[in-house]
Design a protein around this ligand. Sequence first.
Ligand code: PMT
Length: 221
Amino acid sequence: TTALSGKHLLVTAGGTRERLDPVRFLTNDSSGKMGYAVATAAQQAGADVTLITAPTKLPVPSGVTVVPIESTQELADAVLTRLPAADGLVMAAAVADFQPVTAADQKIKKTTDNDELVLRLKKTPDILQAVAANKRPDQVVVGFAAETQNLLENGRQKLTKKHLDLLAANDVSRADIGFNGDNNQVTFLFADGHSDQTPVTSKRAIATTLISHVAEIFNQK
Ligand code: PMT
């Protein structure tokens, strides 16, 4: 289809990695499947797609420009430098909320006096918050919310706080949806206050629905 032809969309995917030392990092369970499905659906809807991705095991979707990143800081830089030339952004990446205060230059060693090791973490930059501060009214920005409780309440708060046009809230406490698997269920929360829950279905189907909502929002701008 051509619902998004002429639009340049940035899509983020995967779990960011925060380095502890040259051989270790903190990350999360994201497989990248949700974000890759969004990138594919957007490309099939005629968009020019840039997929900014943390490391995953997935093949590169055809017809999509891929920008590899690892850390939240690298993801933030990649998104914020490309945002001015883009029409929209979908943040499906599972972004670390904390990073080590310092990354060790050398591999952290076991010694006789470190039976316990304390890691000091600091907050990562909030990418959507920074995007909100820089976005033009013609741009469409979509977030996800990964929640283990109070899905709709927390989702609504993120929609408002991050000035999003659309938010897809998913319950990541369930084994059959959310991280890693091929299926998901989301509640789409729209800026005008209405919401719409999908059934449990493939990430591909959810991505197609998400992209049709994005096309509608572009039409309303
Ligand atoms: O990759 P899969 O295995 O397919 O799993 C899909 C998924 C569960 C990872 C995906 O559907 C999902 O929910 N992605 C968002 C995960 C997340 O980081 O949620 P959050 O509620 O912590 O963050 C809210 C939003 O802010 C997200 O759009 C996130 O990308 C963004 N964020 C978060 C932290 C941060 N520092 N900057 C951000 O921009």
